[in-house]
Design a protein around this ligand. Structure first.
Ligand code: TLP
Length: 344
C-alpha cells in the first residue's frame, strides 16, 4: 500500500538532484577537520546564523545534548519548557550525560514568558542548585509548530545575561519559524548563545544537524561530539546533502505551511476533532481526537488501514506534519480520509 506519510518531516527522502550533489562531494577525514564539504557547511551555517562557528552532528538530539554538556557542570540546573523535545523525547540524556537537573516550566503554546523565567531564578544560596542554562524551542514541536515570539526571546535573553545564564535554542525547525514570520534566522540567533538547526526535517536532507555558537563553545562541543561517538570521517557526502537543502529547499517550506493551514481549516468543523487554530503557524498540526471510548492510538491504526500515517502524541492527540514529499493533493486526500474515520 502507498501511504500518505504525515508522521513527521523527518521521513523526507533525498531527491535525485540532492543525491547527485552528494555523489560529487569532495571529502576528507572530518575528525582531522579535513573534510572540505563539512567545513563549507559549518562556515555557511555559522554565517547564516551570525555566529562565530558551527559543528556538524549526526542528529538534532546530539546537537542539543552537546550544547547542554558544553554549557553546564554536573549538578547545575537547566530550565526547560515542560513540553519541549529536550525534556520529553531525548531519553533523559541530559540527566545521564551531563548530570544536570532539568527544571520544567509549563509554557503557553510552548512559550515561556520572561516573567516565568524571572520567577524561576533562585537565590544565590550554596544549597540551591545553580541555574546555568535555559533551553527554548523554536518552532515548538509538541505545541503544534508554534513560533517563539522575538520580543519574548529578547526579554529572556536579557534576563539570562544579567544573571550569567546561557540560552540554548533548539531550532530544529528554526527555518520554518523564519519562513513563517519573515524574521531572519540570524535575528532569532542574536538572542541565544547556542542554536541547534536541523537539515533532515523539512529541508529534506537524509541526515544531520548543526550546533552554532562562539568559537569557544564549539571547541568544547567538538570534544563532546567525539566523546558521544559522533566524530565522523568522510562525512562530506552527507554534508553535501545539507548544503543542497539549505540552498534549494528553505524557501519551499512555505508550501508545507500552506498544506497544514489547508488541513486545519478542512478539519475545523469535524465535531470529533478539536483544533486550536492559534497553534497553526507552520508545518505541524496537533489535533485532539475526542471520539468517545477510542484512543488516539486506535484512530491512528484505523487511518493506517486507509493509507494515512499520522503520529500519536498522547492518548488523545495525533499529529500531522507536512513536508516536501507530500503534495497538496496528498494532504487533501488525507483530510477526506481523516474526516471519514473521525465521523464514522
Ligand atoms: N523530533 C521528532 C521526534 O523525535 C518527536 C519528530 O518527528 O518531530 N528537536 C526537536 C524540536 C525535534 O522535533 C526533534 C525530532 C529533535 C530535536 C531531534 O532531532 P533528531 O531526530 O535529529 O535527533
Amino acid at each position: 500500500m502507498k501511504y500518505i506519510d504525515l508522521r513527521s518531516d523527518t521521513v523526507t527522502k533525498p531527491s535525485p538532484e540532492m543525491r547527485a550533489a552528494m555523489a560529487e562531494a569532495e571529502v576528507g577525514d572530518d575528525v582531522y577537520g579535513e573534510d572540505p564539504t563539512v567545513n563549507m557547511l559549518q562556515e555557511t551555517v555559522a554565517s547564516l546564523l551570525g555566529k562565530e562557528d558551527a559543528l556538524f552532528t549526526p542528529s538534532g538530539l546530539m546537537a542539543n545534548q552537546i550544547a547542554i554538556k558544553a554549557q553546564t557542570n554536573p549538578g547545575d540546573e537547566v530550565i526547560v519548557e515542560a513540553q519541549s523535545h529536550i525534556y520529553n523525547y531525548e531519553t533523559a540524556a541530559a540527566a545521564v550525560l551531563s548530570n544536570v537537573l532539568l527544571r520544567p516550566i509549563e509554557g503557553r503554546y510552548g512559550i515561556v514568558t520572561s516573567q516565568q523565567v524571572k520567577s524561576a531564578l533562585r537565590l544565590p544560596v550554596y544549597y540551591n542548585p545553580k541555574t546555568t542554562l535555559i533551553c527554548l524551542e523554536n518552532t515548538h514541536n509538541k505545541a503544534g509548530g508554534t513560533v517563539f515570539p522575538l520580543d519574548v526571546l529578547k526579554d529572556i535573553y536579557s534576563i539570562a545575561q544579567k544573571h550569567d545564564i546561557r540560552v540554548h535554542m533548539d531550532g530544529a525547525r528554526l527555518w520554518n519559524a523564519s519562513v513563517a514570520t519573515g524574521i531572519s534566522v540570524k535575528e532569532y540567533a542574536r538572542y541565544a548563545d547556542t542554536i541547534t538547526v536541523c537539515f533532515s526535517k523539512g529541508l529534506g536532507a537524509p541526515i544531520g544537524s548543526a550546533l552554532v555558537g562562539t568559537k569557544e563553545i564549539i571547541e568544547k562541543a567538538r570534544i563532546y561530539r567525539k566523546m558521544f561517538g559522533g566524530g565522523m570521517r568522510q562525512v562530506g557526502i552527507i554534508a553535501a546533502g545539507a548544503l543542497y537543502a539549505l540552498k534549494y529547499h528553505r524557501d519551499e517550506l512555505a508550501h508545507d505551511h500552506e498544506k497544514i493551514r489547508w488541513l486545519a481549516n478542512a478539519l475545523q468543523n469535524v465535531k470529533t476533532i478539536s483544533i486550536d487554530q492559534n497553534t497553526v503557524q507552520t508545518n505541524i498540526l496537533v489535533m485532539e481526537v475526542t471520539k468517545n471510548g477510542i484512543t488516539a492510538e486506535e484512530i491512528a491504526q484505523k487511518l493506517k488501514k486507509e493509507g494515512v500515517l499520522l503520529s500519536v502524541m498522547s492518548t488523545t492527540t495525533i499529529r500531522a506534519v507536512a513536508h516536501r514529499d507530500v503534495t497538496m493533493d496528498d494532504v487533501q486526500l488525507a483530510g477526506e480520509i481523516i474526516k471519514k474515520i473521525l465521523l464514522e
